[in-house]
Design a protein around this ligand. Structure first.
Ligand code: FES
Ligand code: FES
Length: 80
């Protein structure tokens, strides 16, 4: 497996998160359950990144896996 993450999609995934819940964002791009980790990173150098929701709200998880803000979209996908 290469060092670069796979681009799952060049757009964020909007998700309604719930306060107090933990979410495990897929950093490798290989998961079939985007934007979350499904274990497909095993055997690579990638690992899921925990996102802890502190309130009920909609967040935009990064789908391109190349953003500068890790878990959350920062608009970097527009330059891909
Ligand atoms: Fe991508 Fe786990 S499947 S980090
Ligand atoms: Fe990755 Fe927007 S989807 S920065």
């Amino acid at each position: 497996m290469s060092d670069a993450p796979k681009i799952a999609q060049k757009a964020p995934y909007p998700v309604e998160v719930e306060a107090g819940k933990n979410y495990f964002w897929c950093s490798c791009g290989q998961s079939a359950n985007q934007p979350f980790c499904d274990g497909s990173h095993k055997g690579s150098d990638f690992a899921p990144v925990k996102f802890e929701a502190t309130e009920d709200k909609r967040v935009f998880f990064c789908g391109c896996k190349n953003g500068g803000n890790g878990v959350l979209c920062d608009g970097s996908h527009k330059a891909l």
